[in-house]
Design a protein. Structure first.
Length: 274
């Protein structure tokens, strides 16, 4: 018979209760619509900036530099993580949702819903931009640069996404969790990746980001590059995370992947809004 468990310090016991409450609250299906709306809205804003840079530059030639075009989405991702990350985990990317699920930090049954609203959000942003900016959304999509083959672009997207998802999984892990400061690590990586690889493949690293503009433009000729590369890179990143830190599923990583929407929201409704 094992010896009795020593009482936990008050702060640790309180943290344990909070994590348990958050996980239980996440599994409450009554809160799912909030998370899906968060993923839709976050992906909408991401693609609004990412695709908008190219489309605005087409409408007003020379108005958006390459540096601005790659840094702006990075800053938007930072902002979305900071203001909505606690609701849904701020995946904003089908490859990230798949990686969290493979890692054991996110339930597989939630992945289809997340992916669908990410694609819808990206498409909504492309439709909005086409209506307002009055240029084809093809200017806001990603394509291998002239003279750079599709397979070569796919490998660039693979390596870039491997690094991106490694950063996301690493900053979400219990061993290295840095809380909301993880937003700066993720945003910084996106900016740095885009600054050197943007001229080659567009540095999408996100199947949804490219899907929306391609769907609205009606051109999927190179979309396979931006589906295969990021998804494959995300899968390998899960293997890298296992080598570096072992199995996933620790409470801190689960909270980061699922969001930490607290139960007070539901309690407020139960108390009649008081």
């Amino acid at each position: 018979m094992s010896p009795p468990r020593a009482p936990l310090p008050d702060a640790l016991a309180r943290w344990e209760r909070e994590v348990t409450e958050r996980i239980e609250n996440f599994r409450d299906p009554r809160q799912e619509w909030r998370r899906l709306f968060s993923e839709f809205l976050g992906t909408f804003f991401l693609v609004l900036v990412a695709a908008g840079a190219g489309m605005v530059n087409a409408a007003v030639p020379g108005s958006v530099s390459l540096a601005a075009a790659v840094v702006a989405p990075a800053l938007m991702v930072m902002a979305v993580i900071l203001f909505m990350g606690k609701v849904s985990g701020a995946h904003l990317n089908p490859a990230v949702s798949v990686a969290f699920a493979l890692r054991g930090d996110f339930p597989w049954r939630r992945v289809p819903g997340y992916v669908v609203v990410q694609l819808v959000g990206a498409t909504g942003a492309a439709l909005f931009l086409r209506a307002v900016v009055k240029v084809s959304s093809a200017y806001g999509s990603n394509y291998p640069t002239h003279g750079f083959s599709g397979p070569s672009a796919m490998w660039i997207e693979f390596v870039l996404t491997l690094g991106l998802v490694s950063v996301i999984l690493g900053t979400a892990s219990g061993a290295q969790n840095v809380g909301l400061l993880g937003a700066f690590a993720v945003g910084g990586y996106i900016a740095l990746a885009g600054l050197w690889a943007g001229p080659l493949s567009g540095a999408s690293m996100n199947p949804a980001r490219t899907f929306g503009p391609d769907l609205v433009a009606g051109n999927f000729s190179d979309y396979w590059v931006y589906a295969v590369g990021p998804v494959a890179g995300a899968i390998v990143a899960v293997g890298v995370a296992y080598v570096l830190r072992g199995r996933g599923g620790d409470p801190t990583a689960v909270a980061a992947a699922e969001g930490t929407l607290i139960a007070e929201i539901e309690n407020t409704h139960d108390d009649g809004g008081a």
